[in-house]
Design a protein around this ligand. Structure first.
Ligand code: N2P
Length: 608
């Protein structure tokens, strides 16, 4: 090879490396014995085995396969029919009409996604499996049309004419001549549609309701509740399967013999279907389901399993990390949840918008165990709509050995900690802290526009120092050593302190906010009776104590607190002493200023 050729070769190699290095790292780490991505401790298949035992992943895989299969069948039939129509007939403005078919390929996914949600809401279709399938059919038809049409472009029409001359009618010609000749392209289109459906995240995340969590959605929610090598394993499998399917589609399109294409296609499908067949049983048809939408790190699977066993039902869980995400979901309508977990101020907003189902207190005898200090609060007088679940404080957790003692929010603005600071991704919490730090003594519930704008400026000043905004696994980021100081919520930090004695938690001297998170039943919940049963279940003293033990957020349940071991009952981060409680203020509903908070926070995050 001459020098120019080898130079080009090297360049191409570097480009490929740039493209594929992340994927190779992920695949390699899926075989790493260590949990941490920082060190290699040896080769193992353990994460793949663990995957097979993970009921949620298996369920998501099943959902993905069902959606992919059904949507592929429909989009292939419809797409092929459309391609044939364009091939056979000359339409007026045919080119323009054909271009319309290709449009969904270039329209931004996010636009398709939000328009679909609007359409489904207008049609009063509940978000779920059906809406996911409809959406997938809609976006994959275009691909099928394009692939089949390309094949038909080089199609020898004389073959069809010959069949007709020999006496075959149009249908017979279609069946015996046209379709068999196009079969490779149709199959390629189908494989492409299948792979796209298995892969899709953006559109699915908008149109999925409860019980329709696909594999990509599941992976994303696993990432949010703590990264584990299981995710690397499932991602590697997904990647391998879709690559094989696409390879088969490509070979078919190139006119390679069917035998050659069957191997990658079969292997790809087997990779997906294998775990499907070995995995545990799905929720039996007709089995009752409780759909729960709750903060991440707020309830343990063991606790849910107890509820499932006791009531002979299945619990579907979806997670979120901000009240705003919950509000958006419920305000969009038709979300299908039986139980949700808004903070006090979000209860007030939902109550105002009449989005909550009135509670039947006679079905909640365990409410008697809740400390009266947490009942009948201004956000929900008489607890007609919600029951207290957890409370906690917002503070700073820090790595002592790196930072020395910390007692002020100002530490999060110190240049020496540049790149080692984590802030919550939460409008009320971040602006709230900036308000506390401002000189004029604003509180965390400020509604004055000027004060809020000043707070935003303060967050902009801080931004270059911030490593990341994260409300989901901020405790894990601190534990991993990626940051030294993190703003976050008490419960997860109390757990982090247990895991690593170098971590300390403080509610800074300037004061802070605290939250009171409740369980409520959304209006239009499919199963409000089961929702009530769940609310009562979590207020049982033993269960409430277990939830507090596993999650370390603070229980408002008096009887449960008495059951806790002293180490938890007297833990200063979980049940803070009076001097700390005297300097925290409950986040309240700020009425019309809510929109302003959201806007200013978006401005902070999008600023460069
Ligand atoms: C749990 C978050 C605590 C909720 N991940 C704060 N309102």
């Amino acid at each position: 090879m001459n020098r120019r050729g080898s130079g080009l070769g090297l360049f191409a190699l570097l480009v490929y490396l740039f493209l594929y290095a992340p994927i190779l790292v992920l695949a390699a780490l899926s075989f790493n014995e260590s949990r941490s991505s920082a060190l290699w401790e040896g080769f193992t298949f353990a994460w793949y085995l663990k995957l097979l035992q993970n009921a949620q992943v298996m369920q998501a895989l099943r959902t993905s396969l069902i959606v992919a299969f059904v949507s592929t069948v429909f989009s292939t039939v419809l797409g092929t029919a459309a391609a044939l129509a364009f091939h056979r007939h000359r339409f007026r403005r045919g080119a323009a009409i054909e271009a319309l078919f290709a449009l969904p390929i270039v329209v931004p996914e996010i636009v398709i996604a939000s328009s679909m949600v609007l359409l489904f809401a207008a049609l009063s279709l509940r978000l779920g499996l059906l809406t996911v399938v409809l959406a997938h059919v809609a976006f994959s038809i275009s691909y099928v049309v394009v692939v089949v049409r390309a094949r038909l472009a080089g199609f020898d029409r004389t073959l069809e004419e010959a069949a007709m001359d020999l006496g075959a009618g149009p249908w017979r010609t279609l069946w015996t001549v046209t379709l068999p000749l196009c079969a490779p392209a149709i199959l390629a289109g189908a494989l492409l549609a299948f792979a796209l459906s298995i892969d899709d995240y953006v559109i699915t995340s908008f149109v999925a309701g409860v019980g329709s969590t696909t594999l990509p959605l599941q992976i994303y929610s696993m990432v949010r509740s703590g990264v584990s090598p299981e995710i690397n394993a499932v991602s590697t499998l997904l990647l391998l399967a879709t690559s094989l399917l696409l390879l088969a589609a490509h070979l078919l399109e190139r006119g390679k013999p069917a035998r050659l294409c069957a191997a990658p296609a079969g292997l790809g499908l087997a990779l997906l279907a294998g775990p499907f067949l070995i995995g545990g049983p799905a929720a039996a048809a007709g089995e009752k389901v409780l759909n729960l939408y709750i903060w991440s790190n707020y309830i343990a699977p063991e606790t849910l399993a107890k509820f499932e066993a006791r009531h002979g039902v299945k619990v579907n869980v979806d997670l979120y990390d901000s009240n705003e995400a919950l509000l958006a979901k419920l305000q969009a309508g038709n979300a299908n949840y039986d139980v949700v977990c808004p903070s006090n101020y979000a209860v007030a907003i939902l109550a105002r918008q009449e989005l909550l189902h009135p509670l039947d207190l006679t079905a909640l005898p365990n409410l008697a165990h809740v400390d009266p200090a947490f009942l009948d609060r201004p956000h929900d007088p008489g607890n007609r709509l919600s029951i207290p679940y957890f409370w906690g404080t917002t503070g700073i957790a820090y790595r002592k050995s790196r930072t020395g003692p910390i007692d002020s929010w100002a530490a999060l603005w110190e240049p020496r900690f540049k790149g080692r600071i984590l802030m919550l991704d939460d409008a009320r919490e971040t602006l709230g802290i900036a308000l506390l730090l401002s000189r004029d003594g604003h509180g965390v519930n400020e509604t004055d526009e000027r004060a809020l704008r000043q707070a935003k400026e303060l967050l902009l000043v801080q931004k270059p120092l911030v490593r990341t905004y994260n409300s989901a696994d901020f405790d894990q980021v601190l534990l991993a050593g990626d940051v030294w100081l993190a703003q976050g919520w008490s419960g997860q930090f109390a757990r982090a302190m247990d895991e690593d004695p170098d971590i300390e938690y403080v509610v800074p001297k300037e004061g802070s906010s605290f939250f009171l998170d409740s369980l409520a039943i959304p209006r239009g919940a499919p199963n409000p009776a089961l929702g009530h049963a769940f609310l009562d279940f979590v207020m049982e003293p033993e269960i409430a104590a277990e939830i507090c033990m596993t999650m370390r957020y603070s229980t408002p349940n008096r009887a449960a607190r008495a059951l806790l071991p002293a180490a938890i009952r007297d833990h200063p981060a979980i049940f803070p002493p009076p001097d700390v409680m005297n300097r925290v203020e409950l986040l309240e509903d700020v009425g019309d200023a809510t929109v302003l908070y959201d806007r200013l926070w978006t401005e902070v995050k999008s600023a460069r």
